[in-house]
Ligand binder design. Sequence first.
Ligand SMILES: *Cc1c(COP(=O)(O)O)cnc(C)c1O
Length: 380
Amino acid sequence: MIPYSTQEINKNDIKAVVRVLQSKWLTQGPTVVSFENAVAKKVGAKYAVAFNSGTAALHGAYYAAGVVADDEVIVPALTFAATSNAVLYQGATPVFADSNLLDGNMSVVEVTKKITKKTKVVVVVDYAGRPADLDLFCKLAKKNKLTLIEDAAQALGAEYDGKLVGTQADMTMFSFHPVKSITTGEGGIIVTNNLYFAEKMRLFRNHGISRNKENFVRNNFGDWYQEMQELGFNYRMTEMSAALGESQLKRLSSFIARRSKAATLYQKLLANIPHIILPPKDQVGVKSAWHLFPVRLVHSIAHKRDDVFKKMRDLGIGVQVHHLPVYLHLFYEKLGYKKGLCPNVEKFVASEISIPLFPSITIKEQKFIVDSLRSIINLI
Ligand SMILES: *Cc1c(COP(=O)(O)O)cnc(C)c1O
């Protein structure tokens, strides 16, 4: 099966992990710090706080933004469930906003309609690795005194206004799951220019326990004392993960360049197949990280999507659908969210198929995928 995405590990990655395994520190050592510094530097942010998953990182960001029970957090309906699940972890309410049909990204107009007195945070997702309209979201957040968090899990290496994403929002999350731009096995990070947020997240990922004596509220204990000031979690990244991440980060530009080249080839090969809608091409200033290549079937054949999907899978092509609108997950239905909430997203997803895209995909594989798709569509 050709997977829809996969990691690429080389000898240097393996060496870096082995080096850590032979060192003194497997966790809470110098490698996490040095990986954080490398990511911060890469995207031009002041601070980076690593976590043991992108989901934990989002939880940390929501915590730092002060999200608590009764707050509302606006999230896109077209995203992986984690974006919204972490809102529920804080006891707050996810409010889903609809997308535009062009690239699937959340619509600023729809978000504006959802702002209430209870809204505290807006979370914007870069669907498929293509940056959302970050300028507009920044303006909207500022005007309404909301914290803007960018879930760029799929978009490390993407560019907006000619700059890597990571410093536009108040906090930006990258995931290091094996299907994403670079991997640490499991892992995630928040980058920010805000010291208060960074410190809150450092506390949060370590049980809420501070080791910094200068910040202690109580001081009548011995040197062994560490102060648990808040209720946090154990969300720490291991040194092995950080070593893998630091080694992978060196190849980020190459990974993105190869994903982008493969996407350009798809654009060319798929251009003359009728009945399909292609994702928008990169434009000046806006460059996708090409996490996914989401193809859509036009309205007249959209009802055949599952048929096309099955036939592609039968040929050994690991197509996928990204993503079930979050509020249509069983658990969310039980919470009371109903079909029809975000019509564009429902329409988008019902006609969507992601075809394989990863740095090491070959031209031969891409041609096979396109030829298969062409013959399947011709026959339905
Ligand atoms: C992958 C992903 C996450 C979760 O990241 P993990 O590292 O797997 O926890 C969150 N949001 C989006 C949009 C994602 O694609």
